[in-house]
Ligand binder design. Structure first.
Ligand code: PEP
Length: 255
């Protein structure tokens, strides 16, 4: 059965309690547009408040540590974000990979920890401008994904029937994030097609086609309809345009 388009807002390091009214407005609007699955990943400090008030939208975290606990000042475990009300976690975002030197190995360990804690994961991948200019984007993204996804199928499904219930992929070309530049529809279609082929290779003919592949990188209400109607695009991971209910739901309405 085809899944609903999935629109996920990543608030990054934006938002104090004053922004809860925006989350409430997103939740109310999502109740009126059930054809689309809407979710929000606020900063850690707002996970529980948003979870407490949200009736419709899914609430997630933007990261978690790969260990269950210990002497890691300032870090948060998968179990902790789940305890706060998160149902999913975004992992391997390029801002984490760049600003916190997260390797594929670390992202994979985080994915294993998150899945074991019962969370769904949104695993990000994407190439730099230099890699695309060199013509290596597809090979790079496929390698990055293979190295970042847990290899053990039992870990990936964690008790669910199908990996698609646990795993979502987000293709986010680094040069498109927060820049106002989006990839062309042709480039998005090519990359999503390649990612789909990889997912079928890794998960088989039954599960591979079901795993949603989101596009991320300067998605806004004005370009959402074109991007979201592209082959193999199952939704969007949205940064800047997720900060207001008007713009995030403008994207959801275009799906
Ligand atoms: C993101 O950070 O995941 C993202 C896609 O950001 P933006 O929409 O602002 O480009």
């Amino acid at each position: 059965m085809p899944q609903r388009p999935y629109i996920v807002g990543n608030w990054k390091m934006h938002g104090t309690r004053a922004m809860l009214s925006e989350a409430r407005a997103i939740d109310r609007a999502a109740q009126r547009h059930m054809k689309v699955e809407v979710a929000l990943a606020p900063p850690y400090t707002l996970i529980h408040p948003v979870h407490r008030e949200a009736e419709q939208i899914g609430v997630g975290a933007q990261d978690c540590h790969h260990e269950d606990g210990g002497a890691h000042t300032g870090d948060i475990s998968a179990a902790m974000v789940a305890d706060a009300g998160a149902k999913f976690v975004i992992l391997g975002h390029s801002e984490r990979r760049q600003n916190h030197a997260e390797s594929d190995e670390i992202v994979r360990a985080k994915a294993e920890a998150a899945l074991s804690a019962g969370l769904r994961i949104i695993l990000c991948c994407g190439e730099s401008e230099e890699t695309r200019a060199a013509g290596d984007a597809v090979a790079f993204v496929k390698e990055q994904l293979k190295a970042s996804l847990p290899a053990d199928h039992a870990v990936l499904t964690n008790g669910s029937a199908n990996a698609s219930e646990r795993v979502t992929i987000a293709y986010e070309p680094i040069w498109a994030i927060g820049t106002g530049n989006t990839a062309t529809v042709e480039d998005i279609a090519e990359m999503h097609g390649e990612i789909r082929a990889l997912l079928i290779e890794l998960f088989g003919e039954e599960e591979g086609p079901e795993i949603r592949i989101l596009y991320g990188g300067s998605v806004k209400p004005e370009n959402a309809s074109q991007i979201l109607s592209t082959a193999e695009v199952g939704g969007a991971l949205v940064g800047g345009a997720s900060l207001t209910a008007d713009s995030l739901m403008g994207i959801a309405l275009a799906a």
